[in-house]
Design a binder for this molecule. Structure first.
Ligand SMILES: [Zn+2]
Length: 78
């Protein structure tokens, strides 16, 4: 499966917390198109962001209600 994601590498010169990963990933979540009657959400020009409650990955989408690309759960984004 292909997943669109943005990876951010932490600055090696900036100290980070022990549990902070060196690279953070934010994945693009596919909007729940059945919920939006086939569309990409009421305001697809705006990006909605959040964290999946099930697997904890950071996700972004065109709609507030979208499927997590990692575990498939519905995410409620803001
Ligand atoms: Zn998930």
């Amino acid at each position: 499966m292909l997943v669109l994601a943005e990876a951010t590498r932490a600055d090696a010169n900036v100290p980070r917390m022990p549990d902070e990963p060196p690279v953070t990933l934010e994945m693009v979540a596919w909007p729940d198109r059945d919920y939006y009657e086939g569309g990409f959400g009421p305001e697809p020009d705006l990006y909605e962001q959040g964290t999946c409650r099930t697997c904890g990955v950071d996700v972004t989408s065109t709609a507030k209600r979208a499927f997590c690309p990692t575990c498939g759960e519905v995410c409620e984004l803001t």
